[in-house]
Write a protein that binds this ligand. Structure first.
Ligand code: FNR
Length: 340
């Protein structure tokens, strides 16, 4: 059958061979001292490329050392990170996948020793440290760090950049009124809470002309928090600023009980796609080919992002193709074997 899942998708001049995206997932596999690519990354990511994933987005990669979620995260805060990332990108591309990188700053959710920063001096939970309220200089420095990260990602040969604006990390902390109580132009109104992300997008766009994704948390799951409705004007704004796709996740800005079930975040991707007229990615408990095909065919999202299913099964695309009754190509080394 003619599927959408295995149809190519072109975004800002980059063609992804199918609609399957490996969602960014921290591997906690760097040496704690340096955030550099190691053998693990060079095995893990290219394996999914061999598995025929169309686009692989490398885990949250810190634009500042203090912006790491854990001390074992990948980093892109120094020019010394570029060589390892270049090798990783080229290994993935050699197998026909496109490669993206998620640029991140953990803000108040960083578990790394030392000072943590956030829009306001409010801890994530009773069990976590209280961050320092960022000064204007801290804000400028961090925007610059995102720009430097984007420049390095370009030098390393990445096809796509994703800005991590979700899951209660620094950008999300600015967006949500639950974590942003600032009195200056970076807090208060929805426009002011957007300013930090808006300035990061502009700064990245100065050095990056390729496809740009932003991951958001479309719901704070809190009565005073943001909902998908709040993200519609934000998504429109992002589109005007040259963002190509919104990768729609949810939650984690404050502790909350979230009822999860297959496709639980898909309605958010669908709403944003329809209301803001921008391409979206759907993510969250997508595990079967039919489920992925339904999301795409019903116009609920343009790409499907898979996380844990691709940890379990790096060759998931072959299974999905079988499930959908379509044939996909494989590396010549395997195709030869399959003839026997
Ligand atoms: C994640 N997730 C995640 N998200 C993100 O934006 N950046 C990241 O670095 C990580 N890291 C990460 C590590 C691990 C081990 C897991 C399981 C998850 C979230 C992930 O990208 C995805 O959104 C969720 O896992 C939901 O999709 P699945 O797993 O249900 O397909």
């Amino acid at each position: 059958m003619e599927t959408m899942l295995f149809s190519p998708y072109t975004i800002r001049g980059v063609t992804i061979k199918n609609r399957i995206v490996m969602s960014p997932m921290c591997m906690y596999s760097c040496d704690t001292k340096d955030g550099k690519v190691r053998n693990w990354h060079k095995i893990h990511y290219p394996t999914r490329a061999v598995g025929q994933v169309g686009l692989i987005i490398v885990e949250a990669t810190a634009v500042a050392a203090q912006g790491r979620i854990s001390s074992r995260d990948l980093g892109i805060w120094s020019d010394e990170h570029v060589d390892g990332l270049r090798e990783l990108a080229s290994l993935v591309k050699e197998h026909g996948a496109k490669i993206g990188i998620q640029l991140a700053h953990a803000g108040r959710k960083s578990e790394v020793d030392g000072e943590i920063i956030a829009p306001s001096a409010i801890p994530f939970s009773e069990k976590t440290r209280t961050p320092k309220e960022m000064t204007k200089a801290d804000i400028e420095e961090t925007i610059q760090a995102f720009q430097n990260g984007a420049r390095r990602a370009k030098e390393a040969g990445f096809d796509i950049i994703e800005i991590h604006g979700a899951h209660g990390y620094l950008i999300n902390e600015f967006l949500s009124p639950l974590s942003n109580r600032r009195q200056d132009e970076y807090g208060g109104s929805p426009e002011n809470r957007y300013r930090f992300l808006g300035e990061i997008i502009d700064a990245v766009r100065e050095v990056w002309d390729g496809p740009l994704f932003v991951r958001i948390s479309a719901s704070d799951y809190h009565p005073e928090g943001l909902t998908v409705k709040d993200y519609i004007p934000y998504a429109k704004r992002m589109k005007e600023q040259g963002v190509d796709l919104i990768d729609v996740s949810s939650g984690a800005v404050v502790p909350a009980n979230i009822h999860v079930y297959p496709g639980y975040q898909v309605p958010f991707a669908e709403t944003i796609r329809r209301e803001a007229n921008i391409a979206t990615g759907a993510v969250g408990l997508i595990t079967s080919g039919l489920q992925a095909e339904e999301i795409l065919r019903s116009g609920r999202a343009d790409l499907v992002f898979l996380g844990r299913e691709l940890l379990r099964n790096p060759y998931w695309p072959y299974d999905a193709a079988k499930e959908l009754g379509t044939a996909i190509s494989a590396p010549v080394q395997y195709e030869r074997g399959w003839r026997f």
